[in-house]
Ligand binder design. Structure first.
Ligand code: UDP
Ligand code: MG
Length: 133
């Protein structure tokens, strides 16, 4: 079984979509192994999104991720990383396919409701980032 990190981002938590989004994971056969609702500091968001530090959207992205409560989850399934990316849909909700979380709930490229790890290496790092204790 593979594990990956999922985050329900501030725009979705604010709109009370937490349960609907978790239900979409469960319906696809994911198990939610661990979860917590937290709000992070901007400095933590900057560390989490360090891979994007040279991008023009980095500062706004970090301000946004730390702007309100988020739900971080370790989710598990066979091929979980890829399967989660499929379920999330394209980064820009406008390009996301029917049936994906971002198509259903995403507002814009920045307020796109969910995060998911993109590789085995990053899934490990991101799970450790939030759940190492
Ligand atoms: N993002 C943004 N503007 C862009 C590209 C990305 O605000 O032009 C944000 C968006 O919230 C995205 C996050 O930065 O989810 C990380 O970008 P990435 O390319 O890793 O997309 P993801 O892996 O989340 O689909
Ligand atoms: Mg990414």
């Amino acid at each position: 079984m593979e594990q990956t990190l999922s985050i329900i981002k501030p725009d979705a938590v604010e709109r009370h979509l937490e349960d609907e989004i978790k239900q979409m994971f469960l319906e696809k056969g994911f198990k939610i192994v661990k979860e917590k609702k937290i709000q992070i500091e901007k400095t933590e968001a900057e560390l989490f999104y360090q891979v994007h530090q040279t991008k023009p959207f980095y500062n706004d992205l970090c301000t946004y991720l730390s702007s309100g409560p988020i739900v971080v989850m370790i989710i598990e399934k066979e091929n979980a990383i890829k399967e989660n990316r499929n379920l999330m849909g394209a980064t820009n909700p406008k390009d996301a396919e029917e049936g994906t979380i971002r198509k259903k709930y995403g507002i814009s490229i920045d307020k796109n409701s969910v995060h998911g790890s993109d590789s085995v290496e990053n899934a490990k790092k991101e799970i450790d980032f939030f759940f190492k204790d």
